[in-house]
Design a protein around this ligand. Structure first.
Ligand SMILES: [Cu+2]
Ligand SMILES: [Zn+2]
Length: 241
């Protein structure tokens, strides 16, 4: 404990005790101190770094070397992104009696998709073409909305066809008793607010006078517009968040 007058911090305390007497009490105290220095504390001194080392090894092993950014990634992945939402106020185009409103919400389960729901008023009973058109412009009785939103350059088709216009949402149905047309559809091709090529935010939804033939009409126009006829109403897909 002391050699040639040199001490270290641990031994300082023991030296003091030894200098008082050499009784059995002193031996007992010494043994207690030895436990403190070499027993409990050393268990902490070894145990805590050991646990940290095991955790670090596990994290590095599974997540790569950038522990902190990977922790951040892990927590952001485990929290699903909040759904994107948008609304559409449909204004009249070729028929001044047609109006309506729609809400759009992204879904993430079981797959990425967009839910479109709402009500349209003033349509005649039967099927009506329902599309996303390229431009969020409603002027000239909805004509300035341009053609169907079609970033991949596909022919016009049905919503269940993989080679289709992104904007091809098919038909909505107005019941014989009318007067309200309920819209409720889920589409897995369009996206909302993700900035991707299929993002329909800021574009226009157009409701047509006639039925969309879904590209099966047998003429050129069928492969472009589905022969759905006049644009009765339209509205801009406006993001809410
Ligand atoms: Cu259309
Ligand atoms: Zn189309």
């Amino acid at each position: 404990m002391i050699e040639n007058g040199k001490t270290d911090n641990k031994n300082d305390i023991k030296i003091e005790i030894e200098s008082q007497d050499n009784s059995e009490d002193s031996v007992e105290i010494k043994s207690c101190l030895t436990q403190v220095f070499y027993g409990k504390r050393s268990r902490f001194a070894v145990g805590i770094p050991l646990i940290l080392a095991i955790i670090a090894t596990a994290v590095v092993g599974t997540q790569g070397y950038n522990i902190f950014s990977n922790f951040r990634d892990f927590f952001s992945r485990s929290r699903p992104a909040p759904p994107k939402r948008a609304f559409v106020r449909l204004v009249s185009g070729a028929d001044e009696n047609v109006s309506g409103h729609l809400s759009l919400t992204t879904l993430s389960h079981p797959n990425q998709a967009v839910l479109i729901q709402g009500s349209i008023y003033g349509l005649k009973p039967g099927l009506h073409g329902f599309h996303v058109h390229m431009n969020g412009e409603l002027t000239s009785q909805c004509k300035d909305a341009g053609g169907h939103f079609n970033p991949a350059g596909n022919p016009h088709s049905s919503p269940v066809d993989s080679a289709r216009h992104v904007g091809d949402l098919g038909n909505i149905h107005t019941p014989p008793v009318g007067p309200t047309t309920r819209v409720s559809m889920i589409d897995g091709i369009v996206t909302l607010g993700d900035g991707g090529v299929n993002d329909i935010a800021g574009r226009a939804i157009v409701v047509h006078a006639g039925e969309d033939d879904l590209g099966k009409g047998g003429d050129d126009e069928s492969k472009k517009t589905g022969n759905a006829g006049a644009r009765l109403a339209c509205g801009v897909i406006t993001l809410l968040n």
